[in-house]
Write a protein that binds this ligand. Sequence first.
Ligand code: ATP
Length: 310
Amino acid sequence: MILTVTLNPSVDISYTIPDLRLDTTNRTDQVGKTAGGKGINVTRVIHDLNKAVTATGFIGGHLGEGIVSELNKNGIKTDFLSIEGDTRNCIAILHDGQQTEVLESGPTITDKENAAFLTHFKQAVDYADVITISGSLPKGLEEDYYVKLIQITNDLDKKTVLDTSKSNLSSVLESPFKPTVIKPNIEELSELLGQKVSADPANLKVVLADELFSGIEWIVVSLGGDGAFAKHGDRYYKVSIPNINVVNPVGSGDATVAGIASALEDNLDDISLLKQAMTTGMLNTMERITGHIDINHFDDLFNHVTVSEY
Ligand code: ATP
């Protein structure tokens, strides 16, 4: 079973308002509401891969209940910790070919809830083979909270995929507790190193050899439509993907994480892991719904991904 962690989930609302007007009332009957947050996207894609998955994190109020019931209705298991605060809404208004977003910051986690989740998480990790940890932290948690979660997965000897950025990522890299995989994109890598990183494979090979990444088994740098560059131990790989018809690329990194976690659970070899990671990422771009793939096209795309040692 794969356990996914989403500490600040959301109900993602989309309003389509072709001619949005400010300082007046806008009405629409084109409304979408779905469970969101990077870890929730990972969860859905793992489920689409027909793999067993359980979603955990913090959930509160009616919106939190709505997320749990949506996931359960779709056959996805949940094991969230209930909190006093209310799970947030994130609103996207689609207008004039543009997207305007309003993102609530979400509930503040109390000290009691902080400590309770560590116990809750430890019990859930015990039943899991692979754990994915995605996104940013809710208010109230220290920036090294993911270090604590990874200490637990390390202690229980479980594989962990971490997909986060900024201080949440750097605090993990600086700690003695290491995830099995990190999946930065080029912007996240640049932020981390405090300099603009070029996607040139020769340059990435030098960058990924940096001491900062020591102890991390896999680094998969996703490069959007240009595929990926990866390091596993002392082997480096350049991954090329075919041209495809992109409908909505949002959440492709999350779908890539789902592909990686599922490959780790199945102990796939390096080349198959990377091909699967790219395939789930690409499949996500071909769907309108964020964090969803159509597995019927999996084999065809998988066979068009090429991995070469660099
Ligand atoms: P997000 O933040 O939206 O979740 P990300 O920046 O973390 O995405 P990307 O590098 O954009 O992740 O995409 C992950 C993978 O998805 C890519 O490695 C690739 O396999 C696939 N992908 C993303 N964008 C495209 C695209 N335009 N064309 C083809 N494949 C894509």
